[in-house]
Structure formats: C-alpha cells, structure tokens
Design a protein around this ligand. Sequence first.
Ligand code: AMP
Length: 277
Amino acid sequence: MEEDNLQRQWSLKDFEIGKPLGRGKFGRVYVAREVKSKYVVALKIIFKEQIEKYRLHHQLGREMEIQSNLHHPNILRLYGWFHDPERVFLILEYAHNGELYKELRKRGHLTEMQAATYILSLTEALAYCHEKHVIHRDIKPENLLLDHEGRLKIADFGWSVQSRGKRHTMCGTLDYLAPEMVENKAHDYAVDNWTLGILCYEFLYGVPPFEAESQADTFKRIMKVDLSFPATPIVSLEAKNLISRLLVKDSSRRLSLQKIMEHPWIIKNANPMGSCT
Ligand code: AMP
C-alpha cells in the first residue's frame, strides 16, 4: 500500500474480497486485494452492533489510533479504515503465515534459534513502542502473526495504552500477567518485559511457566514466581538465565529491553533479520 494512498477515503468497492482468514471476538478477517494497485491486505470487518453491545467505541478508537501511528517491521501495519452503516473495516497488513500460536501448537515447542529470533523481534518492537509511550499489555501467542518470510508481527492493540506514568487497570490474559497486574497495583512498561520472559519459556517448553488447574492457582504461582524448568525438552543454560532474569517480581530489577538485545543467548541464537524460514 503506497504511503500517499493512506490518507484517501476508502470504500468496499476498492477491494476484491478473498478467502476468510479467521474469526475474532468481534468480527471476521478476510484476505483482500486493492483493485488498482493489486496490493494484498487483510480486511478486518467489525459489526457496529457488536461495538455498541460491548461498549467498545473507546477501545477500538484507541486501537486504531495507536496502531496506525506505529511503523515498525515487527508491528502489523494498520493502513487505514472506513465504514458503512453496519460495519467498520480495518485495512491491515497481511500476515501470510498466520498465528504463531498455531505454529507453536503444531511443533510442540520451538528451536532455540526460532525462539531467540522471535524474542529479539519482540524486544525491538517493544522498545519502539515504549519510546512512543505505548505499553502493549496483551502480548500473547494469539496476538503474534507471521508474514510470508516468517517474520513476527505484533497484532491487536486492543488493550494497549499510551502512557507517561503508572497505570492502574486490570487487564490482559491470566498466564501472561505480571505480579503487579495480578495484584492490581500500579504498573508500567516493565509488564511487557515480564511477558517476554513468559513467552520465551512458552516458546521453548510449549506451555507457559505458571500454568495451573485453576485461575486462583495460576495467581498464586505468579505471585510466588514459582518457576521451574522441566528436564525435557533440553534447553540451554543461557536461555534459562534470560528467562530467570525477566521473571523477577520486583519490576525495577527485570532485565531492560536493551540488556535483552545484548544477552549472550540472543547474540548466539537470534537471526537479526528476524526471519525464521
Ligand atoms: P482477530 O479478530 O484479530 O482476533 O483475528 C482473527 C483471526 O484472523 C486471527 O486469529 C488470525 O488467524 C487471522 N488474522 C487476523 N489478522 C490477520 C492478518 N493481518 N493477516 C493474516 N491473518 C490475520
């Protein structure tokens, strides 16, 4: 999609709609092609009725505002949007290889090279977000997509906030919640650093570290930082070191994004080009 086309008024007539890509909580996503340029995009269709029913005006507005202003190779682009009387259409970058979550479930767990490459891509994208005062707060495998070259793209800014101070709202998905969020305490950028530790563990072991039978037990395990590393699959000491330095209860003592990028496990295993294929 050409940069100078971004400001124009789009309508459904500008697109040929292709196969459905998936269904989310509030709408459907289709692959689509812009008629003139033949540029392939993903078109996310959200019914206004749903937005009204769940009172999502503010959240959707915020998601669109934030995502359209983020330009980073590891953040899914939002090129524009339009609406008709019933629906809102988001014109999104097309992630050809779909959800990272599916890849993870299919393979059971990822290799150290894949995991390190994704963690580096995520760290770079989050450093960019934090520079712009955006905290994502809902990084989880379902919100991570892969493009045609296997590069990671963060999608879904529904829960992110633009913040200059400390925040107080409870949100996010249980297994990925930092202790300060579980306790509903004020939190800041360091919640995303905790999540990187959770994801790194899940990439390498196939399950998140504090998984439990009940929500209450997961809460307890998070609060205690009840972290253990199974004997299989075999994971290197350097990877375990990085995870242990991110899953730290005191948010001020978690490894910084800069230090993650310089960590020996990342240096040794990650492909700086971000591609895993
Ligand atoms: P969502 O409503 O954002 O949860 O999207 C529903 C599903 O559609 C996701 O789980 C993906 O599998 C797929 N999807 C969403 N956005 C894209 C995209 N930009 N490119 C490819 N697939 C997508």
